[in-house]
Design a protein around this ligand. Structure first.
Ligand code: HEC
Ligand code: HEC
Length: 362
């Protein structure tokens, strides 16, 4: 009887540490102070990859480590740099072999609130599903893991510091199964899922009830953003301003880009001609740090973006969304609208220590 109890207790401990690990928390629990209560139930997460402190810690080291690219030239942070809200200021990013990526690098913030990932693929719903792209993509190469996994894992396992971090992050794993692609992916995605950004004047105004957080011009800008005339919030809705307010996927053809010879948008994935020229609606948070804009990074200033929505008539593509019709703004209105967009800026994201490069802080 005693023996049964003994085995039972051990089984309990093993199951606990193997499946959920110690200190397992949701991103919400980890950021109790940061995430406004009103939206705490609106997050998505992959239950097979619970947030564990040791895994987040390991992921943070990996995210900033150039040994993660085939020729030691690029890390995730090369294209997702905290100084620019985890973007890189380039129109299109540069992969390990110097190739340009297809698209502009998006900010990695509030990812657990996103239902879709990347500009032109409606099948990716979590960071865990997306991370194969930067690691294994070969057209163009980003980090260059394809056919090089064994070499890259060997490189990491040769470092005694990583041996320590991996064994802390995956306490249930056998020594021989510690360094796997899956463990690398689960650690990095755990880290990026913890990156949240809700310290903007807009968040203070809407979620924290600080009525002085926005001035009257910015409030007029918000009203314009929400108006039936401009319809911005019809497509830029939800926690991150990247989901439609109506029932639809967030992929739309704005009609701003007619060059489907370069890229067909969502149709390149679905093969459906109705999807030609559709791109995912991007977040409008932290625009102050994420220029240039749009999937191809072709537009540098917010003024220019707003002019494009005002004109609204660049091409007559069949898939162009009817909400992009153009409108006329006065000087004052244009300024209010842009000042409102900039209220969605959280500058604490640039220097919050728990997101910074741990190799430098050490
Ligand atoms: C060479 C530059 C580059 C590197 C290196 C890179 N990324 Fe990206 N990342 C991009 C670009 C460009 C996109 C947009 C891709 C698209 O839309 O198809 C992107 C998109 C993403 C997205 C989707 C975000 C969203 O809201 O849609 C995530 C998540 C992401 N990257 C995480 C990572 C992680 C984790 C790593 C390291 C393992 C990494 N990236 C390495 C350039 C890069
Ligand atoms: C039909 C849906 C729709 C409407 C309405 C709409 N947008 Fe967008 N918006 C998009 C999509 C889709 C993109 C990305 C297009 C691309 O990358 O090619 C985008 C991109 C943007 C960007 C660039 C962000 C970045 O990081 O690249 C800004 C800024 C923006 N929209 C602001 C607005 C404003 C302001 C309004 C109202 C005047 C508005 N949008 C109305 C769908 C919409």
């Amino acid at each position: 009887m005693k023996q049964v109890l003994f085995v039972g207790v051990w089984l309990y401990i093993i199951i606990q540490s193997g499946c959920t690990g110690f200190n397992s928390k949701t991103v919400i629990e980890k950021n109790e102070e940061e995430i406004p209560p009103a939206i705490r139930n609106q997050f998505y997460s992959d239950p097979s990859n619970p947030i564990i402190d040791a895994k987040v810690e390991l992921g943070r080291y990996l995210f900033y480590d150039k040994r993660l690219s085939v020729n030691n030239t690029k890390s995730c942070a090369s294209c997702h740099d905290p100084r620019f809200s985890f973007t890189d200021t380039y129109r299109r990013s540069v992969g390990a072999y110097g190739d340009l990526t297809l698209f502009n690098s998006p900010p990695l913030i509030n990812l657990v609130f996103n239902r879709y990932f990347t500009y032109a693929d409606s099948s990716l719903h979590t960071p865990e599903q997306q991370i194969n792209n930067p690691m294994f993509a070969d057209k163009p190469v980003e980090l260059g893991w394809k056919n090089n996994e064994i070499e890259l894992l060997k490189r990491l396992s040769a470092d005694s510091f990583y041996q320590l971090l991996f064994s802390k992050a995956f306490p249930g794993a056998k020594q021989s199964e510690l360094f796997t692609v899956k463990h690398v992916q689960y650690s990095i995605t755990s880290f990026i899922k913890t990156i949240v950004s809700f310290n903007s004047p807009y968040d203070d105004y809407v979620y924290r009830g600080k009525k002085t957080a926005l001035d009257s011009g910015q409030i007029s800008g918000m009203r314009l953003f929400q108006s039936a005339r401009l319809k911005c919030n019809q497509c830029h809705s939800g926690v991150n301003f990247n989901e439609p307010a109506f029932k639809s996927s967030p992929h739309f053809n704005t009609g701003f880009f007619s060059d489907t010879l370069i890229h067909k948008g969502l149709a390149s994935k679905t093969g459906n001609s109705n999807d030609i020229g559709k791109y995912k609606t991007p977040t409008l948070r932290n625009l102050a740090f994420t220029s240039p804009y749009f999937h191809d990074g072709s537009v540098e200033s917010l003024q220019e973006v707003v002019y494009m929505f005002e004109k609204g008539n660049v091409s007559d593509q069949q898939n162009k969304h009817p909400f992009i019709q153009g409108f006329k703004l006065s000087l004052q209105e244009r300024s209010d609208l842009i000042r409102f967009l900039l209220c969605l800026t959280d500058s604490t994201i640039l220097y919050r220590t728990e997101y910074q490069n741990p190799w430098k802080i050490k």
